[in-house]
Design a protein around this ligand. Structure first.
Ligand SMILES: NC(=O)C1=CN([C@@H]2O[C@H](COP(=O)(O)OP(=O)(O)OC[C@H]3O[C@@H](n4cnc5c(N)ncnc54)[C@H](O)[C@@H]3O)[C@@H](O)[C@H]2O)C=CC1
Ligand SMILES: O=C(CO)COP(=O)(O)O
Length: 330
Protein backbone atom coordinates (compact mmCIF):
# COMPACT_ATOMS: atom_id res chain seq x y z
CA UNK A 1 0.00 0.00 0.00
CA UNK A 2 0.98 3.63 -0.31
CA UNK A 3 1.25 5.40 3.05
CA UNK A 4 2.04 8.88 4.32
CA UNK A 5 3.27 9.62 7.83
CA UNK A 6 2.78 13.20 8.98
CA UNK A 7 5.15 14.17 11.77
CA UNK A 8 8.76 12.98 11.80
CA UNK A 9 9.36 12.89 15.55
CA UNK A 10 10.02 9.72 17.52
CA UNK A 11 6.72 7.95 16.94
CA UNK A 12 6.16 9.12 13.36
CA UNK A 13 9.60 7.80 12.44
CA UNK A 14 9.21 4.45 14.23
CA UNK A 15 5.73 4.01 12.75
CA UNK A 16 7.04 4.74 9.25
CA UNK A 17 9.62 2.01 9.84
CA UNK A 18 6.87 -0.45 10.80
CA UNK A 19 4.83 0.42 7.70
CA UNK A 20 7.91 0.10 5.49
CA UNK A 21 8.99 -3.20 7.04
CA UNK A 22 5.43 -4.51 6.55
CA UNK A 23 5.70 -3.72 2.83
CA UNK A 24 4.21 -0.26 2.26
CA UNK A 25 5.75 2.52 0.25
CA UNK A 26 6.08 5.37 2.77
CA UNK A 27 6.51 9.13 2.40
CA UNK A 28 7.05 11.07 5.61
CA UNK A 29 6.28 14.73 6.13
CA UNK A 30 8.69 16.75 8.28
CA UNK A 31 8.46 20.38 9.34
CA UNK A 32 12.17 20.97 8.84
CA UNK A 33 14.00 20.37 5.56
CA UNK A 34 17.08 19.18 7.48
CA UNK A 35 15.03 16.32 8.99
CA UNK A 36 13.40 15.43 5.64
CA UNK A 37 16.81 15.43 3.94
CA UNK A 38 18.35 13.24 6.65
CA UNK A 39 15.56 10.66 6.27
CA UNK A 40 15.76 10.79 2.46
CA UNK A 41 19.52 10.79 2.04
CA UNK A 42 20.95 9.19 5.17
CA UNK A 43 18.00 6.95 6.12
CA UNK A 44 18.07 8.07 9.71
CA UNK A 45 16.61 10.64 12.11
CA UNK A 46 19.29 11.18 14.75
CA UNK A 47 17.42 13.97 16.57
CA UNK A 48 14.43 11.74 17.31
CA UNK A 49 15.72 8.17 17.19
CA UNK A 50 19.52 8.07 17.46
CA UNK A 51 21.24 5.14 15.76
CA UNK A 52 18.17 3.88 13.87
CA UNK A 53 18.42 2.88 10.20
CA UNK A 54 15.36 3.24 7.99
CA UNK A 55 14.65 1.32 4.80
CA UNK A 56 15.77 3.07 1.62
CA UNK A 57 12.15 2.80 0.45
CA UNK A 58 11.09 5.38 3.07
CA UNK A 59 11.32 8.90 1.75
CA UNK A 60 10.48 12.32 3.20
CA UNK A 61 9.42 15.79 2.17
CA UNK A 62 8.37 19.09 3.73
CA UNK A 63 5.64 19.42 1.08
CA UNK A 64 2.41 18.09 2.62
CA UNK A 65 0.62 17.76 -0.74
CA UNK A 66 3.49 15.65 -2.06
CA UNK A 67 3.56 13.49 1.10
CA UNK A 68 -0.13 12.53 0.91
CA UNK A 69 -0.39 12.31 -2.89
CA UNK A 70 -2.25 9.05 -3.72
CA UNK A 71 -1.82 7.81 -0.13
CA UNK A 72 -4.21 5.04 0.89
CA UNK A 73 -3.24 5.49 4.56
CA UNK A 74 -2.27 8.75 6.26
CA UNK A 75 -0.83 8.35 9.77
CA UNK A 76 -0.57 11.46 11.93
CA UNK A 77 1.91 11.87 14.82
CA UNK A 78 2.09 15.53 15.82
CA UNK A 79 1.45 17.00 19.29
CA UNK A 80 -2.26 16.70 20.15
CA UNK A 81 -2.69 20.39 20.86
CA UNK A 82 -1.47 21.46 17.39
CA UNK A 83 -3.54 18.93 15.43
CA UNK A 84 -6.61 21.13 14.81
CA UNK A 85 -4.51 23.99 13.46
CA UNK A 86 -2.41 21.60 11.37
CA UNK A 87 -5.46 19.95 9.81
CA UNK A 88 -6.95 23.30 8.85
CA UNK A 89 -3.93 23.68 6.55
CA UNK A 90 -3.56 20.07 5.46
CA UNK A 91 -6.96 18.41 5.15
CA UNK A 92 -7.68 19.79 1.68
CA UNK A 93 -4.81 17.68 0.33
CA UNK A 94 -5.99 14.33 1.76
CA UNK A 95 -7.19 11.88 -0.93
CA UNK A 96 -10.97 11.40 -0.57
CA UNK A 97 -10.95 7.74 0.45
CA UNK A 98 -7.70 7.52 2.41
CA UNK A 99 -7.74 5.90 5.86
CA UNK A 100 -6.58 8.43 8.45
CA UNK A 101 -4.62 6.84 11.32
CA UNK A 102 -4.31 8.74 14.59
CA UNK A 103 -1.17 7.94 16.56
CA UNK A 104 -1.66 10.72 19.10
CA UNK A 105 -2.38 10.30 22.81
CA UNK A 106 -3.99 13.46 24.09
CA UNK A 107 -7.27 15.29 24.72
CA UNK A 108 -7.73 18.74 23.20
CA UNK A 109 -7.70 21.66 25.62
CA UNK A 110 -10.91 23.68 25.60
CA UNK A 111 -13.05 21.39 23.42
CA UNK A 112 -12.15 18.27 25.49
CA UNK A 113 -12.22 16.23 22.28
CA UNK A 114 -10.29 13.10 21.43
CA UNK A 115 -7.91 13.20 18.47
CA UNK A 116 -10.18 11.07 16.25
CA UNK A 117 -12.99 13.55 16.95
CA UNK A 118 -10.74 16.46 15.99
CA UNK A 119 -9.86 14.64 12.75
CA UNK A 120 -13.51 13.94 11.89
CA UNK A 121 -14.48 17.53 12.63
CA UNK A 122 -11.56 19.37 11.09
CA UNK A 123 -10.56 17.18 8.16
CA UNK A 124 -14.23 16.38 7.40
CA UNK A 125 -13.44 12.67 7.31
CA UNK A 126 -16.21 10.16 8.12
CA UNK A 127 -15.66 8.47 11.50
CA UNK A 128 -15.45 5.04 9.79
CA UNK A 129 -12.34 6.23 7.94
CA UNK A 130 -10.45 7.10 11.13
CA UNK A 131 -8.32 4.42 12.79
CA UNK A 132 -6.62 4.75 16.17
CA UNK A 133 -3.41 2.82 16.86
CA UNK A 134 -2.53 2.63 20.57
CA UNK A 135 -0.75 0.30 22.95
CA UNK A 136 2.55 -0.25 24.78
CA UNK A 137 4.51 1.28 21.92
CA UNK A 138 7.59 3.16 23.10
CA UNK A 139 9.08 4.39 19.83
CA UNK A 140 12.78 3.67 20.52
CA UNK A 141 12.07 0.01 21.35
CA UNK A 142 9.94 -0.48 18.23
CA UNK A 143 12.58 1.20 16.09
CA UNK A 144 15.07 -1.34 17.51
CA UNK A 145 12.77 -4.19 16.38
CA UNK A 146 11.87 -5.23 19.92
CA UNK A 147 8.64 -7.23 19.87
CA UNK A 148 5.44 -5.55 21.02
CA UNK A 149 1.71 -5.66 20.41
CA UNK A 150 -0.77 -2.89 19.68
CA UNK A 151 -4.45 -2.20 19.09
CA UNK A 152 -5.88 -0.98 15.77
CA UNK A 153 -9.28 0.49 16.60
CA UNK A 154 -11.93 1.54 14.10
CA UNK A 155 -15.73 1.52 13.95
CA UNK A 156 -15.37 -0.11 10.51
CA UNK A 157 -14.10 -3.65 11.17
CA UNK A 158 -12.90 -4.21 7.58
CA UNK A 159 -10.80 -1.07 7.71
CA UNK A 160 -9.33 -2.09 11.07
CA UNK A 161 -8.36 -5.46 9.56
CA UNK A 162 -6.81 -3.76 6.52
CA UNK A 163 -4.62 -1.56 8.74
CA UNK A 164 -3.83 -4.55 10.98
CA UNK A 165 -2.38 -6.37 7.96
CA UNK A 166 -0.53 -3.26 6.80
CA UNK A 167 1.24 -3.07 10.17
CA UNK A 168 2.07 -6.69 10.93
CA UNK A 169 5.81 -7.40 11.14
CA UNK A 170 7.83 -9.95 13.13
CA UNK A 171 8.26 -7.31 15.87
CA UNK A 172 4.88 -5.53 15.72
CA UNK A 173 1.70 -7.52 16.37
CA UNK A 174 -1.56 -5.58 15.90
CA UNK A 175 -4.94 -6.66 17.33
CA UNK A 176 -8.20 -5.10 16.12
CA UNK A 177 -10.89 -3.44 18.25
CA UNK A 178 -14.05 -1.44 17.62
CA UNK A 179 -13.62 0.59 20.83
CA UNK A 180 -12.07 3.77 19.45
CA UNK A 181 -13.13 5.79 22.49
CA UNK A 182 -11.66 3.36 25.03
CA UNK A 183 -8.35 3.06 23.17
CA UNK A 184 -7.93 6.81 22.90
CA UNK A 185 -8.81 7.45 26.54
CA UNK A 186 -6.46 4.70 27.70
CA UNK A 187 -3.56 6.31 25.83
CA UNK A 188 -4.30 9.87 26.91
CA UNK A 189 -4.89 9.15 30.61
CA UNK A 190 -1.88 6.86 31.00
CA UNK A 191 0.35 9.82 30.14
CA UNK A 192 -1.00 11.64 33.20
CA UNK A 193 -0.59 8.59 35.44
CA UNK A 194 2.99 8.17 34.13
CA UNK A 195 3.67 11.76 35.25
CA UNK A 196 2.47 10.79 38.75
CA UNK A 197 4.62 7.65 38.64
CA UNK A 198 7.67 9.72 37.70
CA UNK A 199 7.00 12.10 40.59
CA UNK A 200 6.64 9.18 43.03
CA UNK A 201 9.86 7.69 41.72
CA UNK A 202 11.82 10.91 42.15
CA UNK A 203 10.48 11.41 45.67
CA UNK A 204 11.90 7.98 46.48
CA UNK A 205 8.61 6.16 47.04
CA UNK A 206 8.69 2.39 46.76
CA UNK A 207 7.14 -0.35 44.68
CA UNK A 208 3.96 -0.61 46.73
CA UNK A 209 3.26 3.05 46.07
CA UNK A 210 4.00 2.62 42.37
CA UNK A 211 1.79 -0.47 42.06
CA UNK A 212 -0.99 1.40 43.86
CA UNK A 213 -0.63 4.33 41.46
CA UNK A 214 -0.85 2.08 38.41
CA UNK A 215 -3.84 0.18 39.77
CA UNK A 216 -5.81 3.17 41.05
CA UNK A 217 -4.79 5.11 37.92
CA UNK A 218 -6.34 2.40 35.82
CA UNK A 219 -9.45 2.46 38.05
CA UNK A 220 -10.01 6.15 37.38
CA UNK A 221 -9.29 5.72 33.67
CA UNK A 222 -11.91 2.96 33.45
CA UNK A 223 -14.41 5.03 35.46
CA UNK A 224 -14.13 7.90 32.98
CA UNK A 225 -14.23 5.50 30.04
CA UNK A 226 -17.38 3.76 31.24
CA UNK A 227 -19.08 7.12 31.88
CA UNK A 228 -18.31 8.12 28.28
CA UNK A 229 -19.46 4.78 26.79
CA UNK A 230 -16.20 2.81 26.36
CA UNK A 231 -15.99 -0.97 26.81
CA UNK A 232 -14.52 -1.55 30.31
CA UNK A 233 -12.54 -4.55 28.99
CA UNK A 234 -10.50 -2.23 26.76
CA UNK A 235 -8.78 -0.90 29.88
CA UNK A 236 -7.58 -4.38 30.82
CA UNK A 237 -6.01 -4.69 27.36
CA UNK A 238 -2.99 -3.38 25.47
CA UNK A 239 -4.35 0.16 25.04
CA UNK A 240 -5.20 0.32 28.75
CA UNK A 241 -3.10 -1.61 31.24
CA UNK A 242 -0.46 -2.48 28.62
CA UNK A 243 0.31 1.10 27.71
CA UNK A 244 0.11 2.25 31.33
CA UNK A 245 2.63 -0.34 32.51
CA UNK A 246 4.98 0.41 29.58
CA UNK A 247 5.11 4.14 30.24
CA UNK A 248 5.26 3.90 34.02
CA UNK A 249 7.98 1.29 34.09
CA UNK A 250 10.17 2.70 31.31
CA UNK A 251 12.94 5.25 31.58
CA UNK A 252 12.24 5.92 27.88
CA UNK A 253 8.83 7.43 28.70
CA UNK A 254 8.81 11.20 28.25
CA UNK A 255 5.86 11.56 30.63
CA UNK A 256 7.49 9.54 33.40
CA UNK A 257 10.75 11.47 32.87
CA UNK A 258 8.90 14.79 32.99
CA UNK A 259 7.25 13.68 36.24
CA UNK A 260 10.67 12.86 37.67
CA UNK A 261 11.82 16.42 37.00
CA UNK A 262 8.76 17.78 38.83
CA UNK A 263 9.29 15.28 41.66
CA UNK A 264 12.82 16.62 42.12
CA UNK A 265 11.28 20.01 42.82
CA UNK A 266 11.76 21.62 39.41
CA UNK A 267 9.15 24.06 38.14
CA UNK A 268 7.10 23.35 35.00
CA UNK A 269 9.35 25.68 33.03
CA UNK A 270 12.53 24.01 34.32
CA UNK A 271 11.14 20.57 33.46
CA UNK A 272 10.15 21.80 29.99
CA UNK A 273 13.61 23.22 29.41
CA UNK A 274 15.21 19.92 30.45
CA UNK A 275 13.05 17.72 28.17
CA UNK A 276 12.66 18.26 24.44
CA UNK A 277 10.13 15.78 23.15
CA UNK A 278 6.35 15.86 23.52
CA UNK A 279 5.07 14.82 26.99
CA UNK A 280 1.33 14.93 26.27
CA UNK A 281 0.15 14.43 29.85
CA UNK A 282 1.39 17.87 30.88
CA UNK A 283 -1.37 19.57 28.88
CA UNK A 284 -3.87 16.73 28.81
CA UNK A 285 -4.05 16.59 32.62
CA UNK A 286 -6.04 19.83 32.32
CA UNK A 287 -8.43 18.61 29.63
CA UNK A 288 -8.88 15.18 31.23
CA UNK A 289 -9.62 16.79 34.59
CA UNK A 290 -12.22 19.02 32.92
CA UNK A 291 -13.71 16.09 30.99
CA UNK A 292 -14.03 14.10 34.23
CA UNK A 293 -15.63 17.01 36.06
CA UNK A 294 -18.07 17.56 33.17
CA UNK A 295 -19.21 13.95 33.58
CA UNK A 296 -19.09 13.96 37.41
CA UNK A 297 -16.36 11.32 37.45
CA UNK A 298 -13.82 11.36 40.27
CA UNK A 299 -10.20 11.29 39.02
CA UNK A 300 -8.16 12.11 42.12
CA UNK A 301 -4.73 11.24 40.67
CA UNK A 302 -5.36 13.35 37.56
CA UNK A 303 -6.56 16.21 39.80
CA UNK A 304 -3.35 16.09 41.84
CA UNK A 305 -1.09 15.84 38.78
CA UNK A 306 -2.77 18.95 37.38
CA UNK A 307 -2.15 20.78 40.66
CA UNK A 308 1.56 19.87 40.64
CA UNK A 309 2.00 20.73 36.94
CA UNK A 310 0.01 23.93 36.76
CA UNK A 311 -0.63 25.25 40.27
CA UNK A 312 2.81 24.78 41.78
CA UNK A 313 1.64 22.15 44.31
CA UNK A 314 4.27 20.06 46.10
CA UNK A 315 4.13 16.40 44.96
CA UNK A 316 4.61 15.27 48.59
CA UNK A 317 1.50 17.18 49.60
CA UNK A 318 -0.32 15.65 46.62
CA UNK A 319 0.54 12.16 47.93
CA UNK A 320 -0.72 13.08 51.40
CA UNK A 321 -4.01 14.37 49.96
CA UNK A 322 -4.48 11.19 47.91
CA UNK A 323 -3.84 9.03 50.99
CA UNK A 324 -6.28 10.89 53.25
CA UNK A 325 -9.27 10.96 50.91
CA UNK A 326 -12.61 9.63 52.15
CA UNK A 327 -12.50 5.85 52.77
CA UNK A 328 -14.44 3.71 50.30
CA UNK A 329 -14.77 0.19 48.90
CA UNK A 330 -12.39 -0.75 46.07
N1 LIG B 1 7.18 8.53 21.32
C1 LIG B 1 6.44 7.48 21.57
O1 LIG B 1 6.97 6.46 22.02
C2 LIG B 1 4.99 7.49 21.30
C3 LIG B 1 4.29 8.65 21.10
N2 LIG B 1 2.94 8.63 20.88
C4 LIG B 1 2.19 9.84 20.62
O2 LIG B 1 2.55 10.34 19.33
C5 LIG B 1 2.40 11.76 19.32
C6 LIG B 1 3.69 12.38 18.79
O3 LIG B 1 4.70 12.04 19.70
P1 LIG B 1 6.23 11.89 19.31
O4 LIG B 1 6.44 11.58 17.90
O5 LIG B 1 6.80 10.95 20.28
O6 LIG B 1 6.70 13.38 19.66
P2 LIG B 1 8.02 14.13 19.19
O7 LIG B 1 8.14 15.31 20.07
O8 LIG B 1 9.14 13.18 19.07
O9 LIG B 1 7.64 14.61 17.71
C7 LIG B 1 6.60 15.51 17.44
C8 LIG B 1 6.62 15.85 15.97
O10 LIG B 1 5.62 16.85 15.74
C9 LIG B 1 6.22 17.97 15.08
N3 LIG B 1 5.57 19.18 15.54
C10 LIG B 1 5.79 19.86 16.70
N4 LIG B 1 5.02 20.96 16.72
C11 LIG B 1 4.33 20.97 15.57
C12 LIG B 1 3.40 21.87 14.99
N5 LIG B 1 3.03 22.98 15.62
N6 LIG B 1 2.90 21.57 13.79
C13 LIG B 1 3.28 20.45 13.14
N7 LIG B 1 4.16 19.58 13.62
C14 LIG B 1 4.68 19.84 14.82
C15 LIG B 1 7.69 17.93 15.47
O11 LIG B 1 8.46 18.59 14.49
C16 LIG B 1 7.95 16.43 15.51
O12 LIG B 1 8.21 15.96 14.20
C17 LIG B 1 2.03 12.17 20.75
O13 LIG B 1 0.66 12.33 20.83
C18 LIG B 1 2.47 10.98 21.58
O14 LIG B 1 1.70 10.83 22.76
C19 LIG B 1 2.25 7.45 20.86
C20 LIG B 1 2.89 6.27 21.04
C21 LIG B 1 4.31 6.19 21.27
O1 LIG C 1 2.78 6.35 24.42
C1 LIG C 1 3.88 5.90 24.58
C2 LIG C 1 4.17 4.45 24.56
O2 LIG C 1 3.08 3.73 24.10
C3 LIG C 1 5.02 6.78 24.86
O3 LIG C 1 4.89 7.31 26.10
P1 LIG C 1 5.66 8.65 26.46
O4 LIG C 1 4.96 9.72 25.64
O5 LIG C 1 5.49 8.89 27.89
O6 LIG C 1 7.08 8.47 26.06
Amino acid sequence: MRAAVIGSGAWGTAFAKVLGDAGSEVTMWARRESVAAEIRDQHGNEGSLPGIRLSKLITATTDLAEAVDEAEMIAIAVPSQTLRGNLADWAGFFPADATVISLMKGIELGTLKRMSEVIVETARVAAERVVVVSGPNLAPEIAADQPTATVVACTDEDRARQVQHALATPYFRPYTSDDVLGCELGGAVKNVIALAYGMASAIGLGDNTKASLITRGLAETSRLGVALGADPLTFAGLAGLGDLVASCSSRLSRNRTFGEHLGRGESLEQAQAATRQTAEGVKSCLSIRDLARAHSVEMPIVEQVEKVCHEGADPRVAVKLLMTREMKPE
